[in-house]
Write a protein that binds this ligand. Structure first.
Ligand code: ZN
Length: 351
């Protein structure tokens, strides 16, 4: 049976892609998480969380299958979601490090199947820790055998230091492979233990977008994570500047707004989770101030609102779901109704 499995999977992928329609035309959540019960089993327990928002009760998801993602999309009146594999957690500092290749493959396979069974509503984005030796081959496998539409990389989970030449050599290889397969990259850039400043970020943009033709990147969380502090604003503005100076490369850049406006529920669960994970230097998260929201509004406009994508980061907390998060952003991003409606339908690099 085992030797036939890849062939069977390829046939299923071929069949579903042949009969499915193109990406829908409604609202889209450009950053949602899938995770298998196997991966969940290794995750440290996070306290139960139930939050009432705008008269509705939400709980932090404990399962991450297509069923939960589709229910959250339906509840919000959204048609599509960009669904990220949890495979990048393998090889992180927080989980056991044995048998990684097998575990990574298993998790990417799980996410691929969830998306295939979603009636083309979930776009399958594979993921990998780019520092693992087998990362380039896994990108190839996800593209060729699983039909991945994109690749998620998380520099904080993978402890990627962009000032380390050996790390950058591996990152460049993975980005090049993804681009060769026409896979856009969703990148969580900010690492809490790693350099995070406008100069380092500009060098990173020049080295990647400036030298890999066709590379497309969606920067998660407006290039940061956990609000829009002065530090994040400075890094975001370096992206604006880069796009101004490099208009061709600038056409291949987007940001998603998840995690840029922090509410009390997210701040609370994050601060508890970083403690449970024993993060060496957890950044204390707090509710985004009105001043920071104003700065975010200005920076988004400078980048161009057509490059800003709605995203909830579904799975992270009770209120990180398309409905409550879009309600929150509608109130706090300072966009007109028309602008916000356009934001909800922005597709970014996804097909
Ligand atoms: Zn996320």
């Amino acid at each position: 049976m085992n030797k036939w499995r890849p062939l069977l999977l390829s046939l299923v992928v071929f069949f579903v892609f042949s009969v499915s329609e193109a990406f829908g035309a409604g609202y889209v959540d450009n950053h949602m998480h899938l995770w298998s019960s196997y991966l969940n089993h290794f995750w440290p327990p996070v306290p139960e969380e139930t939050v009432v928002y705008e008269g509705e009760t939400y709980t932090k998801p404990t399962e991450g299958t297509r069923k939960q993602l589709l229910e959250a999309l339906d509840h919000a009146g959204f048609t599509n979601g960009v669904a990220l594999s949890g495979a990048y957690f393998w090889g992180s500092a927080w989980l056991p490090k044995d048998d990684l290749e097998n575990k990574v493959k298993k998790e990417n396979n799980f996410a691929a199947i969830q998306c295939l069974a979603s009636g083309n509503r979930l776009t399958f984005v594979a993921s990998i820790n780019p520092l693992l030796d087998f990362a380039p081959e896994e990108v190839d496998r996800c593209a060729e055998s699983l039909g991945a539409k994109g690749l998620k990389i998380h520099f904080n989970a993978s402890r990627v230091d962009v000032t380390n030449p050996e790390h950058m050599r591996k990152v460049m290889e993975v980005l090049s492979r993804a681009t060769a397969h026409d896979m856009p990259v969703l990148l969580h850039y900010r690492g809490f233990m790693l350099p995070y400043d406008p100069e380092t970020f500009t060098s990173f943009l020049e080295e990647t977008l400036g030298t890999i033709p066709g590379l497309r990147i969606q920067f998660a969380h407006c290039t940061g994570f956990g609000g829009f502090s002065d530090k994040t604003e400075a890094v975001f503005n370096a992206l604006v500047e880069f796009c101004r100076k490099n208009p061709d490369a600038g056409k291949r850049v987007w940001v998603d707004v998840s995690g840029a406006i922090v509410d009390d529920a997210l701040a609370d669960i994050w601060n508890k989770m970083t403690k449970a994970l024993g993060m060496e230097k957890p950044d204390f998260m707090y509710r985004t101030t009105p001043e920071e929201a104003k700065n975010l509004n200005r920076s988004m406009r400078e980048l161009g609102l057509e490059k800003v994508l709605f995203a909830s980061d579904w799975g992270g907390s009770a209120t990180l779901q398309p409905k409550p998060h879009s309600q929150l952003l509608r109130k706090e991003l300072g966009l007109t109704n028309e602008e916000f409606e356009a934001l909800l339908t922005n597709r970014g690099p996804w097909k």
